[in-house]
Design a protein. Structure first.
Length: 274
């Protein structure tokens, strides 16, 4: 799908909105303890983080994931009730999302709902990340049915306030109708070499920045400021930038912290509380 450039007066201003992090899924808490601990630190501008045990919730509750989920849930509760006054971004976000793999529309509806119920029952998640979401118009009715059912499940649970949050992990600009069936769309996921020359689809100018997320790997420290300018200019309110890449045997560059994590937190958040 071609990426179009919206008119200048339709783009959001570069610098006025509060960016925050969306974490597409760290490694298991045993393998990435620093990453999971860092999400609960006061002052981390976290919008949401994805819990993925085995391309879903796994076959049974995992005690290590239960502990990590509990820490994140408690940090959000402290922010919501004013016990952490600096956590203003976390108070409006900070959710733990369950990972549901749509396999580009190939997974049966019943399997996805079964996984969703397990996430809610075991981990008290506050929404879902729908990975490998279809992008074409033909896939929209099935995704609409799924998101409607997920919203109903979240509304029935006691773990998701405001009906929970649904994020569609397209990784590129989808057919515009997808914006009406979820809370947020991931409209870029890929390397910095592509991102720095990317253009935004014209229809996104009709929506506020909190409706879009960008995930970029291979971002050098020296280009952090440029990457954040691009995100703001293209109207993304949620980001995850990392200097890790998908080379040298690293299959998922987003599974660990960037080497400049503290620096990027301090640039876009209220600062790091020790």
């Amino acid at each position: 799908m071609p990426h179009l450039t919206a008119p200048a007066d339709a783009r959001r201003t570069a610098g006025g909105e509060q960016l925050g992090f969306g974490v597409p899924g760290y490694a298991h808490p045993l393998l990435a303890p620093a990453e999971w601990a860092g999400l609960a630190r006061p002052g981390t501008p976290l919008h949401w983080a994805v819990l993925n045990i085995a391309d879903g919730p796994g076959s049974r509750p995992d005690p290590h994931c239960l502990e990590a989920a509990g820490r994140l849930h408690n940090a959000r509760e402290r922010a919501l009730h004013g016990e952490s006054p600096d956590d203003t971004v976390r108070a409006s976000g900070g959710r733990l999302l369950g990972h549901l793999d749509l396999a580009h529309g190939e997974r049966p509806f019943e399997e996805l709902i079964a996984d969703a119920r397990s996430f809610i029952d075991w981990y008290r998640i506050g929404g879902f990340y729908l990975a490998r979401c279809p992008t074409e118009r033909a896939g929209l009715p099935a995704v609409r049915r799924l998101t409607g059912t997920l919203h109903a499940l979240l509304a029935e649970s006691d773990s998701a306030d405001d009906g929970g949050r649904l994020v569609l992990g397209h990784g590129t600009h989808p057919y515009p109708g997808y914006a009406e069936v979820a809370d947020q769309l991931v409209t870029f996921q890929g390397p910095w070499t592509d991102y720095r020359w990317s253009q935004v689809a014209e229809w996104t100018a009709d929506y506020p920045p909190e409706r879009f997320a960008h995930f970029v790997h291979g971002v050098p420290r020296t280009h952090l400021e440029e990457a954040m300018r691009i995100a703001r200019w293209q109207g993304a309110g949620t980001i995850f930038f990392t200097d890790r890449d998908d080379r040298s045997g690293q299959s998922d560059p987003f599974a660990t912290l960037p080497r400049y994590w503290d620096e990027i937190v301090s640039r876009i958040g209220p600062g790091i509380s020790e």
